[in-house]
Design a protein around this ligand. Structure first.
Ligand code: S3P
Length: 172
């Protein structure tokens, strides 16, 4: 039973639209541990939406808040944490995750990501650009870094439940 030996959080990393929050929530339910969405924690702490934080204070301010929130959540308690797509790119945040948690890279092809982000586009990094082009560019830069995660799971087009099972298998 995985939840028995788990002594640290599971942190989902990967590009926007890959399903980190949905998969994370279901994974946590299956393991009977808490789920926390880091982006929501940041919004609650700042009393502002992520778009608003980007607009009013800029991306580096957001990254700093993100690092602080994630560092607080990595405390040896087993839980599932969904991070925003850029969190793992920050050297300090990534070091915190790799040392104190198990990083799980959720990966999908660009077409799947585009389809998923189009359903609800509130992402500042996609504003004003072609989502396919932006995500392709981000994937090029970020995938080699996401690859440092301890676990790599490809999220297929199908139901997220399949992805959750694959993660559980990888952990077992
Ligand atoms: C970002 C991803 C977003 C959010 C912010 C920046 C990124 O989270 O943190 O808009 O840099 O990829 P999701 O990955 O949950 O969309």
């Amino acid at each position: 039973d995985i939840a028995q030996w788990l002594d640290r959080p599971l942190v989902l990393v990967g590009l926007m639209g890959v399903g980190k929050s949905t998969v994370g929530r279901r994974l946590a339910t299956d393991l009977a541990i808490d789920f926390i969405d880091a982006d929501e924690e940041i919004e609650a702490a700042a009393q502002m939406s992520i778009s608003e934080i980007f607009e009013r204070f800029g991306e580096s301010y957001f990254r700093d808040g993100e690092r602080r929130v994630i560092s607080r959540l990595i405390d040896g308690v087993p839980r599932v944490i969904a991070t925003g797509g850029g969190a793992f790119m920050n050297d300090e945040t990534r070091a915190l995750i790799l040392q104190g948690a198990i990083a799980i890279w959720l990966d999908a092809d660009i077409a799947t990501l585009v389809e998923r982000v189009s359903r609800r586009n509130t992402r500042p990094l996609l504003r004003g650009g072609n989502p396919g082009e932006v995500l392709t560019q981000l994937a090029k830069v970020r995938n080699p870094v996401y690859a440092q995660a301890q676990i790599h799971v490809r999220s297929k087009d199908g139901p997220h439940n399949r992805t959750v099972l694959t993660i559980l298998e990888a952990l077992a």
